[in-house]
Design a protein around this ligand. Structure first.
Ligand SMILES: NC(=O)c1ccc[n+]([C@@H]2O[C@H](COP(=O)([O-])OP(=O)(O)OC[C@H]3O[C@@H](n4cnc5c(N)ncnc54)[C@H](OP(=O)(O)O)[C@@H]3O)[C@@H](O)[C@H]2O)c1
Length: 242
C-alpha cells in the first residue's frame, strides 16, 4: 500500500466518524474531513493539524450532489486518488415511531441521506478509488439493518422497529453486495460495518458503547490487507448475518 493513504470520511465532524478519522490519521492517513458545516469541519481540521495529524476539511453534504462532485474535483486535483471511503454520514428520524405511523416524508428524508447519499458518494468517488492500489470502502450500516436479526424475536434490539432507519441500512447492505461483486476483480474491497449501540448524538447518547469501541471494526475494514474479505457485513466479533 502507498505509505500515505488518503481517506475520506463523510459526517466526520462528530460521533463515530470523528473517532474513525482520528484513528486513521494516527495510523498515518491523510484524513479528508467530510462535513456539511464549514465551521464544524474546519474546527476538526484545525484541531487535528495542531495535534500533528494530516487533515483537510472537505465540504460535503451527501444529499447535495453538487457538493459531492466538488469534493471529488478537490480530491482529484489535490491528491489524484482516494484510498479509503468511509460512508458514515447517517440520520435517524423515526426513533420512537411505530412503522404504521412513519410518514412518507420521514422515509424519503431518511433514504436521501442514508441510502441515496451513500450511493451518490460511492459512485462519484469510484474513479478516484480505482486509482488507488488498494481501495477500501466501508459502508456504515447497523445491526438494525440485518433482516436476520430483525426477524429474530430474541434479538437484543428486537423491539427497535425503526421502519425508515432499519430499512435504510438493509438497503445500504444490499449496495455493499452489488458494488463488491462488480469490483471483485479490482483492488477495491467494499464492506458493511456494524459499530454497535454507541453513545452519540444519533441516540441522545443512550448507546452503551464508546466511539472508540465503535471505531475498531470500521478502522479494521478500512485497512484490510489484500487477503481480506469483500462484500461482507462485520462487527468487531466477525460476520453479522444479512
Ligand atoms: N450510534 C450508534 O449507535 C450507531 C449504531 C449503528 C450504526 N450507526 C451509524 O454510524 C454512523 C455515524 O453515526 P453516529 O452515531 O456517529 O451519529 P452522529 O454523532 O449523529 O453523527 C452523524 C454524522 O453524520 C453527519 N450527517 C448527517 N447528515 C448529513 C448529510 N446530509 N451530509 C453530510 N453529513 C451528514 C452529521 O453531520 P452534522 O453534525 O452536520 O449533523 C454527523 O457528522 C451513521 O451512519 C449511523 O447510522 C450508529
Amino acid at each position: 500500500m502507498n505509505s500515505e493513504r488518503i481517506a475520506l470520511i463523510t459526517g466526520a465532524n462528530k460521533g463515530i466518524g470523528l473517532q474513525v478519522s482520528r484513528e486513521l490519521a494516527l495510523l498515518g492517513h491523510t484524513v479528508l474531513i467530510g462535513a456539511r458545516s464549514k465551521a464544524r469541519g474546519t474546527e476538526v481540521e484545525t484541531k487535528f493539524t495542531e495535534e500533528g495529524l494530516r487533515a483537510v476539511f472537505v465540504p460535503i453534504d451527501v444529499t447535495d450532489h453538487a457538493t459531492i462532485k466538488a469534493a471529488a474535483s478537490l480530491i482529484s486535483e489535490r491528491f489524484g486518488r482516494l484510498d479509503v471511503l468511509i460512508n458514515n454520514a447517517g440520520i435517524v428520524l423515526d426513533a420512537g415511531t411505530p412503522p404504521s405511523q412513519v410518514s412518507m416524508g420521514t422515509l424519503r428524508k431518511t433514504f436521501e441521506t442514508n441510502v441515496f447519499g451513500a450511493f451518490a458518494v460511492l459512485q462519484t468517488m469510484l474513479p478516484l478509488l480505482l486509482k488507488s492500489e488498494a481501495g477500501r470502502v466501508v459502508n456504515m450500516s447497523s445491526g438494525l439493518g440485518s433482516l436476520t436479526q430483525n426477524s429474530d424475536p430474541n434479538y437484543e434490539f428486537a423491539n427497535v422497529k425503526l421502519l425508515a432507519y432499519n430499512s435504510s441500512k438493509t438497503t445500504l447492505n444490499a449496495f455493499t453486495v452489488q458494488f463488491a461483486y462488480e469490483l471483485k476483480d479490482t483492488s477495491i474491497k467494499v464492506n458493511s460495518a456494524e459499530p454497535g449501540f454507541t453513545a452519540t448524538d444519533l441516540n441522545d447518547h443512550r448507546g452503551t458503547r464508546t466511539v472508540e469501541q465503535a471505531a475498531s471494526i470500521v478502522v479494521r475494514l478500512a485497512t484490510l490487507p489484500e487477503s481480506g474479505p469483500t462484500g461482507g457485513f462485520f462487527d468487531e466479533n466477525g460476520q453479522v448475518p444479512w
